[in-house]
Design a protein around this ligand. Structure first.
Ligand code: ADP
Length: 259
């Protein structure tokens, strides 16, 4: 029996297809999120690549920022619940999840059964989210995936003191104009995101093990800075960005079984 989780994010659409609630048989990430045709293209790609049709999938569960406008799902679930479900299924010893996506950052605390006990979210300000990194990569004419390499090669990170993305953008431009080393500026940008999110995490209370989900987990510069700030190891894997969709697929399986 097939179940599908689809995470309609602010910048990306992701899906995970499960067989019998256990085996991940397919997954796709498209850089086109809510408000675009990304979610529909994702479904078309899934059907083309697997040879399945919508009627072969017992239940589709949508999550993410754009879940309410996605019409091809049977039901929906919050991102918080899906990240908790996905991460705790793969890493049962995780007690804190740090999820930094394109538009918000969340810190979740889990109990030993993987149930969410507390959370804090920043969805009001772009600083401390992937958006901040996207804006900075854009002014530096870099691909988002290049920030990590640059940040990790920096000798002395520059301090970015502005907390607002718009002011920080001007600050970065003036630092570069004054001859600051690019890698040091990029390390400063990663540190700035990490320090905002570490503030959230400290308010929730950090318990080990700590897992990082969401697209920004792919940035080793932010991971390293968070690890330093929180004085703990940060676990992540190649599937970090897919965790919401994975959790949604697990919920979809539970729902399909009850039908
Ligand atoms: P959403 O679900 O809100 O669309 P994601 O969890 O998919 O967000 O994360 C998107 C963010 O991840 C982007 O804003 C970007 O900053 C970051 N990101 C995406 N791909 C990469 C990459 N290859 N390397 C580093 N960061 C990345």
């Amino acid at each position: 029996m097939y179940s599908l989780g689809i995470d309609v994010g602010s910048t990306t659409s992701k899906c995970v297809l499960l067989k019998d609630g256990q085996e991940i048989v397919h997954h796709i990430l498209l850089v086109a999120g809510t408000g675009t045709d990304g979610p529909e293209r994702l479904m078309e790609q899934l059907f083309a690549e697997t040879g399945l049709s919508r009627s072969d999938i017992a239940y589709v569960c949508a999550t993410g920022y754009g879940r309410k406008t996605f019409s091809l799902a049977d039901g929906e679930m919050s991102e918080l619940s899906c990240h908790a479900k996905g991460v705790s299924a793969k890493y049962p010893d995780v007690r804190t999840i740090i999820d930094i996506g394109g538009q918000d950052a969340k810190v979740l605390s889990l109990n030993s059964r993987g149930k969410m006990m507390n959370f804090l979210m920043n969805d009001k300000c772009a600083a401390g989210t992937g958006r901040f990194l996207d804006v900075m990569a854009n002014i530096l004419h870099l691909d988002i995936s290049d920030l990590e390499k640059e940040a990790l090669s920096a000798e002395e990170p520059v301090k970015i003191s502005s907390t607002c993305t718009v002011f920080a953008e001007s600050e970065v431009i003036s630092q570069l104009a004054n001859g600051a080393d690019r890698s040091s500026v990029i390390a400063g940008i990663c540190n700035s995101v990490a320090s905002r999110v570490a503030g959230l995490a400290k308010r929730v209370g950090v318990k080990e093990q700590v897992f990082m989900s969401g697209g920004v987990a792919r940035n080793g510069g932010v991971r390293a800075a968070l690890s330093r700030e929180l004085e703990t190891e940060i676990i992540y894997d190649d599937f970090s960005q897919m965790m919401g969709a994975y959790g949604a697929a697990l919920y979809a399986f539970d729902k399909a079984e009850k039908q």
